[in-house]
Write a protein that binds this ligand. Structure first.
Ligand code: PLP
Length: 385
């Protein structure tokens, strides 16, 4: 099958806006009112925001009252990652943030912690957070300086590898710490249940699910122990995040969350089938392709691979010229391709880099065919060179 249009294989960077989210966004944009106003118009918008809260909460089996809407996962991370907490009205200090070495920069930058209060937890060559190293770090933590906080992502955005979050939670809680889980790449791809994961806080982003960009959430387990707000003002979101809510973005986020929760198993089985066909095709085309994390539990949509002799920058451009949008895993905001900190952490020759194909609900067999045809041409050109 041939296609003339471009092939989008970069769903981990952002998912195309889903049709349902688009309808919800447009309807909310056309609704007059401020959700904080007491008149009828305001109350209608409030109902819309609260319905969105229920949908987002349902995706991660949390209580709606425990969802704080933010402008995205990065803001949620900056809200939760702070040395300053309150237990009710009493201040409570967090002494140090330990985060896995493979976290997204939104976490690795450490939010409101100063650099001297950040320590990264190594990962094993298989790409899993090293639980023994986490244990050792927490044994050495000086509680006199405040409680430890630990952040481990549920699914890595580059490799798609599922992290042993539940086991990490057990270690963190045994040492009296707070546990933050970035579930941005996990939601809609594997079941996410805040209780079952034993996380104190979860971070979500709308645009990875097919919702609009610029919306996300910090979901908490309870309401007693909460971070000091990052954005202060009119006291929206129960004072945790001031500023007039963006009902259109939240309605779109909610529509995406509902779709992500619906036909979950069928959708992911179909996507996994496409990914497996794609990887089998790459292996048929060349026997030296290295697929990172192939032997370990991954989400169904991601394939992260290296081709000896092909730099990720060159590969990304080559595929782009072939009409295929994929990623080198770690694109800096400038658009330059940086060295993958995830590969470095896994002990792989990161200078060479890797390419990431990520699929989603709209991906088709024709997309995979297009990719494999382009892959063969890229491999042949590399051989000729
Ligand atoms: N965490 C992970 C794992 C991500 O993949 C991303 C986005 O790339 C973020 C956080 C940041 O999300 P947002 O764009 O909503 O700030």
């Amino acid at each position: 099958m041939t296609k003339t249009e471009r092939t989008y294989l970069d769903w981990n960077a952002t998912a195309p806006l889903s049709a349902a989210a688009r309808v919800a966004v447009l309807a909310a944009l056309d609704t007059v009112g401020n959700p904080s106003s007491v008149h009828g118009e305001g109350r209608a918008l409030r109902m819309l925001v609260e319905a969105a809260r229920r949908d987002v909460a349902a995706l991660v089996h949390a209580a709606p009252a425990h969802v704080i809407f933010t402008s995205g996962a990065t803001e949620a991370a900056n809200l939760v990652l702070t040395p300053d907490y309150r237990m009710g009205r009493t201040p409570l200090a967090i002494g140090h943030l330990y985060h896995s070495e493979i976290e997204h920069p939104a976490i690795r930058e450490g939010g409101r912690f100063s650099r001297d209060k950040l320590t990264s937890i190594p990962v094993t060559p298989a790409g899993l957070v090293d639980l023994a190293a986490l244990e050792t770090l927490l044994v050495g933590h000086d509680k006199a300086k405040g409680l430890p906080m630990v952040a481990v992502m549920l699914v890595n955005n580059e490799t798609g590898i599922v992290q042993p979050v539940k086991s990490a939670a057990e270690i963190v809680h045994r040492h009296g710490g707070l546990f933050v889980v970035d579930a941005v790449q996990a939601a809609g791809r594997i079941p996410v249940d805040i209780e079952a994961l034993d996380a104190d806080f979860l971070i979500l982003s709308s645009h990875k699910l097919g919702g609009p960009k610029g919306a996300g959430a910090l979901v908490s387990r309870g309401e007693v122990l909460m971070p000091v707000p990052l954005i202060r003002g009119g006291g929206q979101e129960k004072g945790h995040r001031s500023g007039t809510e963006n009902p259109a973005a939240l309605a779109g986020f909610a529509a995406a969350a509902r779709a992500a929760a619906a036909d979950f198993a069928d959708r992911n089985a179909r996507i996994g089938g496409l990914r497996d066909t794609l990887e089998a095709g790459m292996r048929m085309a060349t026997n030296d392709v290295i697929i990172h994390g192939a032997d370990i539990e991954r989400v169904a949509n991601t394939s992260f691979f290296s081709l000896p002799g092909l730099k990720s920058e060159t590969g990304q451009i080559a595929f782009d010229l072939e009409g295929i949008a994929l990623s080198a895993g770690s694109a800096c905001s400038s658009g330059k391709v940086g060295q993958s900190h995830v590969l470095t952490a896994m002990g792989f020759d990161a200078a060479l880099g890797a390419l990431r194909v990520s699929l989603g609900s709209g991906s088709t067999q024709a997309d995979v065919d297009c990719f494999l045809a382009a892959f063969s041409r890229v491999v042949s050109r590399r051989r000729a060179a």
